[in-house]
Structure formats: C-alpha cells, structure tokens
Design a protein around this ligand. Structure first.
Ligand code: HDD
Length: 710
C-alpha cells in the first residue's frame, strides 16, 4: 500500500480481503468440495464401524482437535476494538513520528484491553491491573504502545518477571485461586521484595476495579524517548485519558458481577461500540529534557516510580476513537501480537531495565503462542506500510516472495531491497552515549521503595483510603501463613504507620512495635480518582439505569424519567418479576426487558422506582425489589423514586436518608445520592437532580451503608 494513502479506513480495507463470504450457500471441505452430509459419518453398514475414507469426517475432527492455541502467559483474557487516532497539532519539535504530525490524518489502531492474572475464560471484574495495548498502523510501520491502567509496575528489572508471575498465578500444587492475588505465594513474594510497595498501593486501590474499559486511564509505564528530525532526544512517559472520566466498581459488587456476568467489561465495550457511543481517549505525554534527567529524587529509569504531574506536566497531544468491533474474536483479538519493541522513527527506548527485558520477551512469547516466525502475516498484525526483506519460509508462510534473491547485498536482484538512509525513513537508533562496567546492580535511587507509595497514600480521598484498607483486609486475610501476614504489615509500616495499624487490625496479627512511615508529606491530587480533575462527573452518557416496575405503575411518571435519562445518553432497562407486558394504572403497556432472575442491581449504575399505588404495593411484597434497592444503596449508587415509588425506599429502611414527604415543603429531596419527589409538579427538577446524582457515579458519603441487609 502507498504510504501516503493511509487513512482511518485503510486497515478495514486490508482486512476485508481476508473475509470469508458469509453469504456462501453451500458447505464445503477445506478443498472446496461441496459436502453432501455433515451429520452422519460414513459407515460399513447401518450399525457398522466408521470408514477411514470419510475425508469430510476426518478433516472436520482433525481441525477441531487442533483449534486451541496457547493463551498469553499473562493478559490471557482481553477484549479488542478497532479505531483511529488523530494528533491535535504537529509534534515536529519533539518527534519525527509521521502519525504525530498532521492533525488531518487519521491513523488506524487496534486496541486490546485485558486483565493480567486470570486465564482466558476468567471473569472480567477481578481485582487486577488492566492491560491497555494499542497498535497504530502508521505509514512508517506498526507502532505498539503496550501499557497498563496503572502508571508503575511491581518490579524494577525484567529478570524478576517470571518470579512475579509464578507467585501471583494460582499456586502450583492445586491451581488455586483463579484470577486473584489473594493467596500466600503472592504476598510472600511481595513481602520479600519491597520494591513492590508502590504498585501494591495502586493494585489495592479502586483503580484495580474499573467500571468500564472506557472509563479507565492508560499509561505507557516505562520511560521512552521522542527523537526529532534533528536527532534531539527527550525522555517521555505516555498517558491515556478516558473522555468519560475515571470510574470504578466496589469490591463486593465486583465479586458478585464475576458470578452474574463474568463478561461485564467485555460486554460493556462491545455494546457501547454497537450503540455508536464510541469510546474516546486523549493521548498525553510528559516530556523531559535530557539535561533534567538527574533533577529528581527518584531515577527516571525506575518503572516503580511515576513522574509527578506537578513536576512534569502532561501535554495532551491527540485523541483515539474506538468505532468498530472486531468481526472475529479469535482472528483479531486473540491473534493480535503486541510488542514494545515495535517502534517507528521518532520514538525510541530508554535504559529502563524493565523495558529492556520487555523488548525481548514479547516477540519470544509470540513465537510459541502463534506458532512460528510468520505471525506478522496474520491479517490483524499486518502493517499497512509496505513490508520487504529477505526473511523466508517458516511455518505458515503466506507471502509468495517472487524473484531469485533472498540475501543482501545482491546484484541479481538489482541490489533490492536495500537499507534506507535516515532521510529515506530508515530507523536510526538514538545515539546515546553509554559507558560503564559490566555489573549486576542498579543506581542508588532505585532503592527508595516507599516515598512514592506514601505520595499515593497522601493523595487519596478518605473513602479511597478506606477502600485500600478493606482491600488489604481481604487480600491479606486470605493468606494462611501468619508470618507472611505479619511481614506485609511490617512492610507497609515503612509507607505509613497508621495504615499498617489499620491493616493489622483486620488480619489477626500485631501492629508494628513502633509506628513507622515515610516522611513524604506531598500530595498529587490527580493520582486519586475521586480528586482528579480528569474524573469527569458531568455526564450520564452510557450509564445503565434499572427501573423496577410492576402492574399499575404510573405511566406518565415512568415515561418522563425515561425520556430524561435517554436524552442524557443513559440506557434504561425495565425490570419486573416476569418478562412480558406490564399494564399501567391508566391502561398503557410497557415491555419488561429483564426479570429478577436474569439481572441484578450490581449490573446497573443507578435504580429508579416510578409511582403508582398498585405498582408499589406489589413491589413491597417482592423481596427481590427490596434487595435491588438495598444492594444499590450499599454500593453507593444513585437511587431515584417518584410519587408512591418513594414508599419502596421507606420499606427498604435506608438508614438515615431523608425522603420527600407529601407536603410542598420538601418537593424534591436529594440526600446522599437518594433523590425523591412526591408531587407531580416537581418532576422536571427531579429529573435534573437525579441526573446530577447519576453523573456523580457513586455517593461515598453514605456512612451507614454497612447497616443495610444486602
Ligand atoms: Fe507485559 C503481555 C503490559 C511488563 C512480558 N504486557 C502484555 C500485555 C500488556 C502488557 C498490555 C497484553 C498485550 C495484549 O493485549 O496482547 N507488561 C505490560 C506493562 C508492563 C509489562 C505495561 C510494565 C511496564 N511484560 C512485562 C515484563 C515482561 C512482560 C517485564 C517480561 C520480561 N507481557 C509479557 C509477555 C506478554 C505480555 C509474556 C504475554 C503475551 C504477550 O506478551 O504477547 O511477553
């Protein structure tokens, strides 16, 4: 393909050539022979043995027997999407990367979001880091930005990666537990490696429980380089900012979702794209001049450290839009192969020791996972830039290389293909000066394990701190070996003494003999989801609202709230005891989307109960309806009720919540995310208050949430 012709449709057009025609009428063998019967194998007599000459039977079974490939050793479970990226302004001053120059250019991308620890079939909503890998199909070749939703990593050196992964995966004797860090071997590893401290704070925070892949930040984690056309290099860190804000689930909820809908995040991404609510993320970079490399009290090559935004601001340079679901999960999402070593001119590496190891590991793992060295010919992995070299043969080679030569230099093939000069777009590695003795060591600043863990802790809001303590109680509470539990408490005493005391309280070991803690007093508010200026709280777009209804509901009530929700871009489901049609008090009908058996409050962002006397009298007798309200309340979700619907909240005994009374004095009452209105004239202000409450996402100020029976 001509380099200049790449646009947002180019990848789709390239993939089109590999599509099977779904309109095809007849079933055939792999040789294209029409099959006459695919249900009964060929036998010697009606009750006789199957014949070897049944080539269709043999082919069908053989293919099936070989359908599985090894799953990724980490990040096995994921979901992909196609889209495009557009830069806001030319980045020429910093980088020569062509896809970062022209604001009119739309570069196709493929993104795969993932969990890390769980196997391919595990649940989406486990406590874990999320992968955020982006393949840009640029005119200079493929560029892969293989990041996570947390800006730091567990370990400082790639040589420890196998140990980390062995420790966190299910234990080797019994393969327990699935997709969870809450077990002895992981916490044993953590307490033996204090460099984990900062990352553990992130993993035990709400960041590990994203409400949606569309509502989480992304980070390149490692330090990279931008290099401009003059060869000047600068250190950079990459960031992705979700345009819908950064929102999380709560731990109790995630565990229930894992049973009720293990595909929760996968479904959410798929549905949003199908509905046309395309996920969008802004790309940002922190840029650091080389002369500032040693200005900080941490080493900028250390992947367990972030660059505080207060010291190095983020420049937002472009936007990615995901607008197309894959056609085939296996062909695209499963076979896509990312590698941090896939860079284009203008982007280079740093000596970050974790990154250096990553540069090796991805290609290596793909050789085994995708069955040999030709996986870049798999359609989703193919570059849009022309590919020409002397690599030949190997399993599953697709390209038919013409001509006589497969070597360089040559005269037979007119000397082609030949290396390109820098001016011709040849990749020239950054000419960094490197000097040193061969040594197994890291710089002194790598040894400060606790300062940034403390910075993170200081930056959290009070509810976020409580969530972290609860997460420690769960994770460490599951550790059987008391000495490991004690070692974790002692380790986090280096971060914050009060935190260590709080952890100890919940897990049956002693508080540290002497309260310790890092002296760092600084805060960085954007590290907190709640306090971050990037935590958008002014939209209800794509939020899911449960409307619980029975016969005799108030139709006017229900439809005006539904209209307001839909106008804001939210989606509502009508939920009742049975599927089918419900009749309103004035004889109108509405269809039920889900019954109490097929859904649960944990699958929604908010709950609404419309008026109607008969409706509410029936709902009061439905334990499931009361449970819906109580559970949503416990998970701090917005709740709304109008007219007699308010009575259901009364019946649910929401502790210490003020509800609208019948007098005109309290027309619309909004208390800790519970919004109620009794009288008909108050509906439009109800809609406004309910919308604000939903946009808030969660209402953490419900101190007594533990007192509800859910
Ligand atoms: Fe990794 C997959 C992200 C450290 C070795 N990694 C993988 C994926 C993501 C990351 C998002 C899934 C890509 C996909 O969707 O296919 N990994 C990271 C980040 C790291 C990191 C942000 C820290 C900065 N990884 C890391 C290290 C090593 C690896 C230190 C080994 C030395 N990662 C792998 C791997 C995987 C992988 C084994 C498994 C499947 C694959 O590569 O293709 O090679």
């Amino acid at each position: 393909m001509d380099k200049k012709m790449i646009n947002e449709k180019s990848k789709e057009e390239q993939l089109e050539k590999f599509h099977e025609d779904p309109e095809r009428e007849f079933l055939t063998t792999n040789q294209g022979v029409r099959v006459n019967n695919t249900d009964i194998s060929l036998k010697a007599g009606e009750r006789g043995p199957t014949l070897l000459e049944d080539f269709h039977f043999r082919e069908k079974l053989t293919h099936f027997d070989h359908e599985r490939i090894p799953e990724r050793v980490v990040h096995a479970r994921g979901s992909g999407a196609h889209g495009f990226f557009q830069v806001y302004e030319p980045m020429t001053e910093y980088t020569s990367a062509k896809f970062l120059q022209d604001p009119n250019k739309k570069t196709p991308v493929f993104v795969r979001f993932s969990t890390v620890v769980g196997f391919r079939g595990s649940a989406d909503t486990v406590r874990d880091v999320r992968g955020f890998a982006v393949k840009f199909y640029t005119e200079d070749g493929n560029y892969d930005l293989v990041g996570n939703n947390m800006p730091v990593f567990f370990i400082q050196d790639a040589i420890k990666f196998p140990d980390l992964v062995h420790a966190i995966k299910p234990e080797q004797d019994n393969q327990i537990p699935q997709a969870s860090a809450a077990h002895d071997t992981f916490w044993d590893f953590v307490s033996c490696h204090h460099e984990n401290a900062h990352m553990i704070m992130w993993v035990l925070s709400d960041r590990a429980l994203p409400r949606s892949y569309r509502m989480m930040e992304g980070f390149g984690v490692n330090t990279f380089r931008f290099v401009n056309a003059e060869g000047k290099g600068r250190f950079i860190k990459f960031h992705w900012k979700p345009m819908l804000g950064i929102h999380s689930l709560v731990w109790d909820e995630t565990q229930k979702i894992a049973g009720k809908d293990p595909d929760f995040n996968r479904r959410d991404l798929w549905d949003a794209i199908e509905m046309g609510a395309y996920p969008e993320f802004e790309l940002g970079v922190q840029i650091l001049e080389e002369e500032d490399e040693f200005k900080f009290d941490f080493d900028i090559l250390d992947p367990t450290k972030l660059w505080p935004e207060e010291d190095v601001p983020i420049k937002w340079i472009g936007k990615m839009t995901l607008d197309r679901n894959p056609d085939n999960f296996f062909a695209e999402t499963e076979q896509v192969a990312f590698c941090p070593a896939n860079v284009v001119p203008g982007i280079d590496f740093s000596n970050d020791p974790l990154l250096q190891g990553r540069l090796f590991s991805y290609l290596d793992t793909q050789l085994i996972r995708l069955g040999g060295p030709n996986f870049q010919e798999i359609p989703v992995n193919r570059a849009l830039a022309p590919v020409a070299n002397n690599q030949r043969e190997g399993y599953n080679r697709m390209t038919i290389n013409k001509g006589k030569t497969s070597y360089f230099p040559n005269t037979v093939g007119d000397g082609k293909p030949r290396p390109a000069s820098a001016e011709e777009g040849g990749y020239v590695h950054y000419m960094e000066k490197v000097e040193g003795k061969i040594i197994r060591s890291r710089s002194e600043k790598f040894k400060d394990f606790f300062s940034q863990a403390k910075l993170f802790w200081n930056s959290m809001s009070q509810p976020e701190k409580e969530h972290i303590i609860e997460a420690f109680h769960f994770e460490i509470g599951k550790v059987k070996d008391k000495k490991i539990r004690q070692a974790v408490v002692d380790m986090f005493n280096n971060v914050d003494g009060d935190l260590a005391v709080e952890i100890a309280k919940g897990v049956g070991v002693s508080a540290p003999a002497q309260k310790g803690g890092s002296p760092v007093a600084k805060e960085s508010p954007n590290l907190s989801q709640e306090r971050s200026e990037r935590n958008v709280k002014n939209t209800i777009k794509t939020r899911k609202i449960a409307i619980i209804v029975a016969d005799g509901y108030d139709h006017k009530d229900l439809s005006q709230v539904m209209q307001a929700l839909e106008a804001g871009g939210a989606r509502a489901d009508i939920i009742s005891k049975f599927q089918g049609m419900l009749k309103s008090s004035d004889g109108q009908e509405i269809e039920v989307d889900k019954n109490y058996r097929t859904t649960e409050s944990v699958l929604y962002d908010a709950v609404y109960i419309p008026g109607g006397k008969e409706n509410v009298e029936t709902l009061k007798k439905h334990g499931d309806a009361i449970h819906f309200v109580n559970e949503a309340f416990r998970h701090c979700k917005p709740l709304g009720a109008t007219g007699e619907g308010v009575e259901l909240f009364k019946a649910a005994h929401l502790p210490d919540i003020k509800l609208a009374g019948k007098s005109s004095a309290d027309k619309v009452v909004s208390d800790k995310g519970v919004v109620t209105a009794r009288n008909e004239g108050d509906r439009s202000s109800f809609n406004e208050s309910f919308t604000i409450a939903i946009a808030q996402h969660r209402h953490w100020n419900r101190e007594k949430k533990e007192q509800v029976p859910a």
